[in-house]
Design a binder for this molecule. Structure first.
Ligand code: GRF
Length: 205
């Protein structure tokens, strides 16, 4: 099977990036990371990439005149490398329309809640404040909305009575590290098909 070529976009810590790297290096995920790009030069995710011999590109958002200029440069970098899939992993910017249409149905994201509940920022806090008893994470395709694209897979965790934002986030993060490589693997195996708002997963051989 040909390796799925991916680009990963990060803004910070990069623990999901690490989970993807680890899955690839242990032979569980038939993929290759072409590059890791960050809009923040000090993102720890860039260091993780360098440590594993992956091209780490710092695209400092503050150095651009406008969002448009930034997006143009990002698009150019991505087109040059030509990934099969772009994985947003803690990337804190709304992806522009140009990028979405250039890579239609080839951008995915991980979100720390069970979408469509609690989109946007601080999802774990939103879940606690609402008082839900179950939360989790969602891997989904990226469309023009905010966390609205077709859902690939979800994993759940219980919300406990004494949870803080930190304890719930940590419980969800553990599941994220399983869910993200799993979703990418399904795509790498050609088992993911989008039908309207739904994602169909075909059985593995
Ligand atoms: C994760 O909780 C992810 O779901 C959200 O941002 C966080 C990124 O964490 N989109 P990390 O940078 O992968 O450690």
């Amino acid at each position: 099977m040909a390796l799925l070529k991916i680009a990963v976009l990060v803004s910070g810590r990069g623990s999901n990036l690490q989970a993807i790297i680890d899955s690839i290096e242990s032979g569980r995920l038939p993929a290759k990371i072409l590059c890791v790009i960050s809009d923040k030069p000090d993102a720890f995710g860039l260091e993780r990439a360098r440590k594993h011999g992956i091209e780490a590109i710092s695209l400092d958002y503050r150095k651009f005149q406008s969002k448009d200029d930034y997006e143009k440069e990002l698009l150019k970098i991505l087109k040059d490398r030509s990934p099969d899939l772009i994985c947003l992993a803690g990337y804190m910017r709304i992806v522009g329309k140009g990028l979405i249409s250039a890579f239609r149905n080839r951008i995915i994201n991980i979100h720390p809640a069970l979408l469509p509940s609690f989109p946007g920022l601080d999802s774990q806090r939103q879940a606690l404040d609402y008082g839900v008893k179950v939360s989790g994470c969602t891997v989904h395709f990226v469309d023009e909305g905010c966390d609205t694209g077709p859902v690939i897979l979800q994993k759940t965790v219980p919300v406990l009575g004494n949870d803080t934002e930190g304890s719930l986030s940590a419980r969800i993060l553990e599941k994220e590290h399983i869910a993200y490589p799993e979703a990418i693997k399904l795509i790498a195996e050609g088992r993911v098909r989008i039908e309207g708002r739904k994602v169909k997963i075909t059985e593995g051989k």
